[in-house]
Design a protein around this ligand. Sequence first.
Ligand SMILES: *[C@@H]1O[C@H](CO)[C@@H](O)[C@H](O)[C@H]1NC(C)=O
Ligand SMILES: *[C@@H]1O[C@H](CO)[C@@H](O)[C@H](O)[C@H]1NC(C)=O
Ligand SMILES: *[C@@H]1O[C@H](CO)[C@@H](O)[C@H](O)[C@H]1NC(C)=O
Ligand SMILES: [Cu+2]
Length: 689
Amino acid sequence: MAWKLRDLSLLLLVSVFFLPSPISSQKHHPRRRRHPLDSLSESELSHVQTLIKSKYPTSSHNLTFHYVGVDEPDKATILSSWLSKPGATDLPPPRRALVHVRVNCRSRELVVELRPTRSIVSDKVHDGDGYPILTLEEQAAAGQKTVNYPPFMASIRKRGLDISQVVCSTSSVGWFGEKKSRRVIRVVCFYRNGTVNVYMRPIEGITVVFDLDEMKITKYKDWDTVPLPKAEGTEYQAAKQAPPFGPHPGGVTVVQSDGPGFRVDDGTVRWANWKFHLSFDVRAGPIISLASIYDVEKQKYRQVMYKGHVSELFVPYMDTTEEWYFRSFFDLGEFGFGLCAIEMEPLADCPANAVFMDHYYAAQDGNPTKISNVFCIFERQAGNILWRHTETLIPGQTIREVRAEISLVVRMIATVGNYDYVIDWEFKPCGSIKIEVGLTGILEVKGSSYQHVNDIETAERYPQGTLLAENSIAIFHDHFLTYRLDLDVDGQPNSFVKSKLQRRPVDPPTASPRKSFWSVVSETAKTESDARILIGSDPVELLMLNPNKRTRVGNPAGYRLMPGATVAPPLLWEDDYPQIRGAFTNNHVWVTPYNKSEKWAGGVFVDQSRGDDTLAVWSSRNREIENRDIVLWVTVGFHHVPYQEDFPIMPTISGGFELRPANFFERNPVLKAKKPAVHWPNCTFNLKP
Ligand SMILES: *[C@@H]1O[C@H](CO)[C@@H](O)[C@H](O)[C@H]1NC(C)=O
Ligand SMILES: *[C@@H]1O[C@H](CO)[C@@H](O)[C@H](O)[C@H]1NC(C)=O
Ligand SMILES: *[C@@H]1O[C@H](CO)[C@@H](O)[C@H](O)[C@H]1NC(C)=O
Ligand SMILES: [Cu+2]
C-alpha cells in the first residue's frame, strides 16, 4: 500500500478514509440476479468462445474474435416484463450474445444463445464493405513484425538509429475510393531513446502496409529521411522530472462520513432520486440504460432515458501527405472504446470516495480478459450551489436558504493510442444528466525539418499544424463524439420540438416606447429532415417532449438538450472520403425513429467502411418521428488547433452537453431536498493574513 502512505501527506481533511472496493465480482453479491442488460460475465464469454470454437475448430480454421457483446432483448420485452414486475418469478428473456469473428478471412456475425439453451442461433457472413474492430493482438503483432522486418531494420540503420529503441503503433487506413480492398493497416514507428513519450518522436518517411489476413507486410517504402525531433522536454513521468517543480496545490480529499450514498444491485445504480442500469460494452464503453427519476409529488419513478452511450468518435487529421492523409480515425468502430479502456488509478483518476468496477471482454482468441477498475462511480461535491436566495426586503430579518449541490458521476477512461478520453455521465438531483468528455494524453506529432515558425511561414502557405518544439509539428485535427440517446421522456412516444426565439417588432399603435422583443415559436418535427440541426446559427431551444403527458397547467412533459460550447461544424467537404464515412457529423443533432439495429452512427463494420451504413443514410429515408419512440443523436465536436501548452502532454480540455428537465416536473424538483449531512473536519484551519 505504498500509495496510501505517500498520499497521506497530501490529505488535509482525513477523518474517514475509503479504500476503493471492487463491487462487480459475483462473490460480493451472493444473491445477485442477472439483469437482462448486464454486460457479459467471464463465464458467459467462455461459453461463447467454446461454442464458436466447436463450430470453427482452430485446428482447421483461422478464427479471431473481434466483438462479443450482449444481444439485448427487444425493448418491448424489457419494458413490459422486466420493468413492470421486477423480482417476479416469470422467466427472464433469453440471454444472447452478438459476436463478430473472422473465420478464414471472412467476417461473420453470429448470435449465440447462452440461456435457456446453449447454441448458435444464427451465423451469417458479412459480405458488404467494412471490417470489424481491430484486435489488440493483431495490432501488436503488426508492430512486432515490422520491427523484425529486414528492410525496415536497414532503414533504421541508415538513419543511424538503434532498432532496439524503436516501437511501432498501428493506424487504420480508411477508405479513399478504392474499388477493392484488403484488410490492411499501416504501421507507424517511433524512436524511444530514453523517453517514454514516444509519440513525440515519430520516425517519418517510411510507409508500411500490413495485411491482417496474411499477417505480413505487403507494401514497404522508405522514401524520405526527416530529422527526428529531440527528446528534450518530452518527459512526463513524475519520478523523472528535475527541479524547479510546481505548482503545488494544497491537499484535498473527499470524506463521506456515512459511506457512499448510492447502491448497486443487479447492475442497477440507485442514488438520491436517480435509478439507472450500468453496463460495459467493448465497443461503446459505458452504457446507461433505464434511467429514471423519482418524482416526489407523484410518488413514483418516471422514465427519462431508455439507453445512452457514445456511438462513434471520428478524428480526421488535416495533413494530406502520403504518410498522413489516411489518418481519419473512427475510434469506436475501428479500435473499440471499451477495448481501449484502462485500469483507473484510485485517488487520481477518481476521488477517494469512488467505488470501482471490473469488467471483461473477449480477447482475440475469445478468452475472457479482465479490465480492473474500468468504471468508477462517485458522488461529487464540487462546491457548486444547487439553489439559493438571500432575502433582505423583509423588515427585521434576513432570510438565507442555500443548498449545496452533490451529483453522481460514472466514469470510464479510454486510451486510444496517444489520446486519453475521460467519459463522464453525471446525474444531478435537479433532473439533469450532464454528459462530458475530457480530452488529454499526447498529441499526434509529425517530424519535420522546421525549427522555428519563420521556417514554416516562408515554406508553407497553408500550414497543417502548430510547431510545438524544434522539429515537432502537431497536426490540426478534429474530434467528433456522437452520442446515441434513446430518450423516453415519461414514456416511449415522444416528439422533437424546436422552440425558436424570434425577434418581433412592437407594432406601432401600441403605446410602448420599446421597438422590439423576442418570443418563442415552437415547431414539432414531423419527419427526420425537420430534426437535422447544426447548432449555432439561430437561437433555438431543442426539446424532447411527451405530448401525451402534461403538467397541471398543460405544458407537455419534456427534456431540453443544452449543447455546450463544443459544437464544431465539420469543415471537410461532404464528398471528401473521410467525411463520407463520417457523414453522421454533418449535423450536430439528428432524430431517428427507434430501430434496434441503428446503434452505431458510422455503421456496424467501420474499418474501411464506405459510408453506406451511417446515420446520415438512415436519416435520408425521412421517416416520421412525431409522437413515437424516437432516438436523439448529439455530436460534441472539437476543432483542435494545438498550442504549445499541449506539449509534451495535454492538460484536459472538456466538452459536452446537458439534458435538463423542461416542464417535466410541476415545480423545482429539489425544492425540498434535504441538506446533506456535512460535518466540519476534525481539525480547523485559518488563513493567516
Ligand atoms: C491463416 O492465416 C495465415 C496467416 O496467419 C495465412 O497464411 C493462411 O492463408 C490462413 N488460412 C486460411 C485458411 O485463411
Ligand atoms: C539519444 O539519446 C542520447 C542521450 O541523450 C543523445 O546523445 C542522442 O543524440 C540521442 N539520439 C537521437 C537519435 O536522438
Ligand atoms: C432498421 O434499420 C436497418 C438499418 O438501417 C434497416 O435495414 C431496417 O429496415 C430498419 N427497420 C425498420 C423497421 O425500419
Ligand atoms: Cu485533439
